[in-house]
Every structure is written in structure tokens, then in C-alpha cells.
Design a protein around this ligand. Structure first.
Ligand code: DSN
Length: 417
């Protein structure tokens, strides 16, 4: 109950979070949590799988329709595990991969030295340009030519602009590299056509199922087109060359996972069904409208935004000119009932534990029904806290205002009835 109260009475601006619908919440908390189902529908290592088979087939079919792709594996427990299975399918330990530096908006699994991806592979990181805050394609081209990576990852966790699939595809093709897209952040925008689709440009696509897609927290792997594997790996009995989808399936299970989380897979099926409805298009468009409204208002208050704005749900604010660290801003805003995360900005002089920036996002507040008018009010509140960061009176006043705003946009009425 304390967590429901926290979620209900605060403004959730963490770009990677969202509020699932009540049916998704019910399914995620349902009895399928009890069921073991190692294997895939129709080929399990356990009896009693008829209902979970139906759920997994439904999730797969809906995912394929949503993203217009030929293959979807809905078993990865998280985005990190989707990335691990994709990388371990396409590249061998010791091979060279390229990804966006974590400190420039990438993700841990895109080659950070503290992650499996940085430990198993030879990582060459690319960056954003200092002047534009967008991917520096001159550098990507130069590094790809010099290091001849086996695979390039595009996408990230704090990149406010559309992922440039076409430009990455050109560079990957010219240099003989596979291209993997991690669309965890904009997946809901991709599914609705607001963000370009990676399907015709990338060899493999991974995502999470929450964030802008508004499903339960989990992962997924997709192929725009399933093809015979280029490594000539054959099926043991028939000698037939296996499809890439078969290699991905066996890398997810038994390669890196055992029993899939069937309650979460069933909840993914429910969420994908919701995302296929026309209302979801309006929701996804409003996420972006809200982020743009928030970005514009922040600019009028002299906040510096990495890349100058946003195309998506993410805004990365560089607080250097405000003389406040990301950590101090996150703490003060949290005390005022506004939840954000501290985030490094490109070329940050501070450590990841302090940072010079904060990342904000609009998926969750958009789910509550908030629109442009509320975005302006929220920026006012953020600004009041950051401009008067040591003043408890200001922080407590904003906290009361936040609670009152939240009460006008109730969350999970079903849990209060
Ligand atoms: N940790 C997620 C995020 O906040 O963006 C990505 O995995």
C-alpha cells in the first residue's frame, strides 16, 4: 500500500518507467507465476502447459503484428537479457563490437566495462558530438573502418532523438558489421509509427516491454526478417541450415535462461493487445507532445537540453549553468514529490554518482492523462525547486502542489474502490 500511495501522490518522471493498465497488473500478479514452462509453446520440458502455451503464442503473434516483423521471442526476463542473447548469437567472445558510450547516452549492455558486454567483447565506443548532442557519424564511420567490428549496436538509454537506423545501416553494411538495434526506450513510439522502424535496417532488434510500450517490465527480441544463419550452423539430424530465429531461441533458453516468467509473458500479451488498439496511437503521440512542451518550457527558463530538445519521450537536462549537480537535483525533487534520475551528460566532468544532469520523461504522467497544460505547471515546479534548492519551505510547498495535481489524475482507481 505504501508503494501505491507513493506512485499515486508523486509525479513519475523517470523516462524508463510507466504505469501498466489494471488488466496488465492483474495478469502480472496472476497464477501463471506458479508455472514452470522451460522450452517453447508445443515443445516444453513440463506437463500442464496448455494455458501458458496459449499466452505465449498470443504474446508472440501480437508482438509480430505490432512491430510488423517475422519473429519475436517474448521470453527474455529483461532488456539486458535480450541484449545478452542477441549478442551471444551474433558475435563470439573476444570479437569487436561498437556501441554508444554509457556516459553519452548508451546502455550498460552496449559495452560498459562493468557489464558482461564489456568483459566478453572487445568494445569500441562511439560518442555524440559536443556541439549537436547527436551521434557523431563521422566518428562512427572512422571507428568502424579502423576496427572492423563484427556488430554495431544503435540505440541508448538517454538519447532524446530518433535513432538513426538508416545511417547506422549504411556504415554497418560498408564495413561488414551486423547491426543490432536496442529500441527499449522508444518501442511504443516505434510500434505506433511515430518513431522510424528499425525492421528493414537491422539484423536483430531488442527491446524492453515497459517504458513507452507500457507493458510489464521484461524483454523481447525481434527479427524484421528471419533468414538462414550466416555461420552455417546445421540442425543435428537433418543437416538443414538453421534459421537465425532458431539460434536466438536456443540462446535465450537453454543458453542464458531457464524457466520463462509465464505471468509476465501473459501480461506482455495483454499489453501488446492494448498497444494494437487505436487509443494507443493517441497515447504515444501525446507522450511526444508532452515531452516537446516540457522541453520548450524548460528552454524558456534557461535550462540547457542535450541536443537542444527532444523527438521522443526523453529530455536530458544539463544543469551545469544552474550550479546544481544531478544528485542534488534528484534528491531535492524527490523531497518535493517529483521523481527523476540523475544522469551523466555527454562530456560530463562529474562522476556517475554525482552527475551534471537529470533525465526526465513523459510516459508515466501521460498515462495519468496529463497534457501540455500540466507540463507547463510541472516545469514551473521543477524550476522552483532547483532555483531554491536549499529552501525547505519551497520544497514542502511544491510537494503539496504536486499532491494536489496528482489527485486530479488518479491512478489505479480499482485498487482504491
Ligand atoms: N535502466 C533503464 C533506463 O532507465 O533507461 C535501461 O535499462
Amino acid at each position: 500500500m505504501r508503494e501505491i500511495s507513493r506512485e499515486s501522490n508523486t509525479l513519475e518522471l523517470i523516462a524508463s518507467e510507466n504505469f501498466v493498465s489494471y488488466p496488465v497488473l492483474e495478469m502480472a500478479g496472476g497464477v501463471m507465476t506458479n508455472k514452470y514452462a522451460e522450452g517453447y509453446p508445443g515443445a516444453r520440458y513440463y506437463g500442464g502447459c496448455e494455458h501458458v502455451d496459449e499466452a505465449e503464442n498470443l504474446a508472440r503473434e501480437r508482438a509480430k503484428k505490432l512491430f510488423n516483423c517475422e519473429y519475436a521471442n517474448v521470453q527474455p526476463h529483461s532488456g539486458s537479457q535480450a541484449n545478452m542473447a542477441a549478442l551471444m548469437t551474433f558475435v563470439n567472445v573476444g570479437d569487436t563490437i561498437m556501441g554508444l558510450d554509457l556516459a553519452h547516452g548508451g546502455h550498460l549492455t552496449h559495452g560498459s566495462p562493468v557489464n558482461f558486454s564489456g568483459k566478453l567483447y572487445n568494445v569500441v565506443s562511439y560518442h555524440v558530438s559536443k556541439d549537436t548532442g547527436r551521434v557523431n557519424f563521422d566518428e562512427v564511420q572512422k571507428l568502424a573502418k579502423e576496427h572492423k567490428p563484427k556488430l554495431i549496436i544503435c540505440g541508448g538509454s538517454a538519447y532524446p532523438r530518433f535513432i538513426e537506423f538508416e545511417q547506422f545501416h549504411e556504415i554497418a553494411s560498408e564495413n561488414g558489421a551486423y547491426l543490432m538495434a536496442d529500441i527499449a526506450h522508444p518501442a511504443g513510439l516505434v510500434a505506433t509509427g511515430i518513431h522510424p522502424s528499425p525492421m528493414s535496417y537491422c539484423d536483430v532488434i531488442t527491446t524492453t516491454t515497459h517504458k513507452t510500450l507500457r507493458g510489464p517490465r521484461g524483454g523481447m527480441i525481434m527479427l524484421g526478417k528471419d533468414v538462414e544463419n550466416p555461420w552455417n550452423i546445421k540442425a543435428p539430424k537433418s543437416g538443414r541450415i538453421k534459421m537465425v530465429s532458431e539460434l536466438l531461441n536456443s540462446m535465450v533458453m537453454p543458453g542464458i535462461q531457464g524457466g520463462p516468467l509465464m505471468h509476465i509473458i501473459a501480461a506482455k500479451a495483454v499489453a501488446f493487445g492494448e498497444a494494437l488498439k487505436p487509443e494507443f496511437n493517441s497515447y504515444a503521440q501525446q507522450i511526444v507532445n508532452n515531452a516537446k512542451a516540457m522541453a520548450n518550457k524548460l528552454l524558456t527558463r534557461d535550462y540547457k537540453l542535450v541536443s537542444g530538445g527532444t523527438d521522443t519521450h526523453v529530455i536530458l537536462i544539463d544543469l551545469t549553468n544552474k550550479g546544481v549537480s544531478g544528485k542534488a537535483a534528484e534528491n531535492a525533487l524527490e523531497r518535493a514529490g517529483i521523481t527523476v534520475n540523475k544522469n551523466m551528460v555527454p562530456f560530463d566532468q562529474r562522476s556517475p554518482f554525482i552527475t551534471s544532469g537529470i533525465r526526465v520523461g513523459t510516459p508515466a504522467i501521460t498515462t495519468r492523462g496529463m497534457a501540455e497544460n500540466e507540463m507547463n505547471q510541472i516545469v514551473d515546479k521543477i524550476d522552483q525547486v532547483i532555483s531554491d534548492i536549499d529552501n525547505d519551505i519551497t520544497i514542502n510547498r511544491v510537494k503539496m502542489e504536486v499532491k494536489s495535481l496528482c489527485e486530479s489524475f488518479p491512478l489505479y482507481r480499482e485498487l482504491h474502490d
